[in-house]
Design a protein around this ligand. Sequence first.
Ligand SMILES: NC(=O)c1ccc[n+]([C@@H]2O[C@H](COP(=O)([O-])OP(=O)(O)OC[C@H]3O[C@@H](n4cnc5c(N)ncnc54)[C@H](O)[C@@H]3O)[C@@H](O)[C@H]2O)c1
Length: 340
Amino acid sequence: MTKIGIIGVGYWGPNLVRNFESLPNCEVVAICDLDPANIDNITKRYPRVNDYDNIDAMFGQEDLDAVVIATPTATHHGLAKRALEAGLHVFVEKPLTVTSEQSQELIDIAAAKGLIVFVGHIFLHSAPVQKLRELIASGELGEISYISCRRLNLGPVRSDVSALYDLATHDISIVLHLLGQQPVDVNCQGLDYIKDNVHDVVNLTMKFPNNKMGMIHCSWLDPRKERVITVVGDQKMAVYDDLGEEKIRIYDKGVNLHSKSGELAEFKLSYRHGDMYSPWFKQGEPLKTECSEFVRCIIEGDTPRTDGVNGLQVVEVLEAANESLLNNGCSISIDSKIVV
Ligand SMILES: NC(=O)c1ccc[n+]([C@@H]2O[C@H](COP(=O)([O-])OP(=O)(O)OC[C@H]3O[C@@H](n4cnc5c(N)ncnc54)[C@H](O)[C@@H]3O)[C@@H](O)[C@H]2O)c1
């Protein structure tokens, strides 16, 4: 039995407790939170779980294999570092850290101690995203030109991190996974309506090698909930609507360019309007898959898909995007030192 401690049981942590508790090969033995009301909320439902208000007491008294960190983003690095130094595998909610330097430090400590850093990029454990990746890899969509993502809703508004760090993190992880590359540069613009320097609305553009683009529009000030990702290839196009009944639709549509001379008369195009179909694939609960992957990697000594390097790749983009956001959307190049 893998023994797990969960740090942070506010909004998201209870979902992690429930999912780890549902797995046959692990046990949530302890929780830790600064807020007694949030602790009570868990101990009422799981009376057997020991509770702590600081991690030193938890590490001192419990015989843990791993911890799961679901606290505000700014605390991830400090808590994960202390857990790794105590010899524990760590699952850190997204984003891994605020800066890439912090992510690199966690990767280095984990490597030196033979421990796993697992990042909560939940969509990389979801069936629709895996299906999109298969469609791209099989060549069915042709050469990909761009991926656009819309993640909109009215709330929940955060005060600790912007919509870039809170919402766009998901889409950055998805686009990087689908294209299998780091962007070369990014531009990001946004608006901080509610609180200064905590942007509620962001528009991020990522340029990739070989003339590919990723566009992400996120907001917690929108009237309707939307979770849509469009992948445009030169053969077919795919739309993944996470709220739709048919999660993925594939459109046999495109534009064929017959001549590309500068003369208007010779600029000949035709539009292809073919069939649309929705592929079947087995759906599961991504959070349960994610939790079970963490435990499997600990037991089998395997490297997770969402390991520390994957977390660093996303943080590198977030860091550059944030610099652009705070500098009126200027272009920031990413001189990535990560080997993908
Ligand atoms: N994967 C997803 O879809 C998803 C969804 C929501 C949140 N999250 C992530 O989960 C994390 C937590 O978000 P949330 O919405 O639950 O936040 P929250 O503010 O509701 O809860 C955070 C909890 O951490 C506790 N905490 C803060 N500092 C602590 C410390 N030093 N030691 C122990 N406990 C501490 C707080 O008391 C609080 O109960 C964030 O990283 C967020 O990005 C992920």
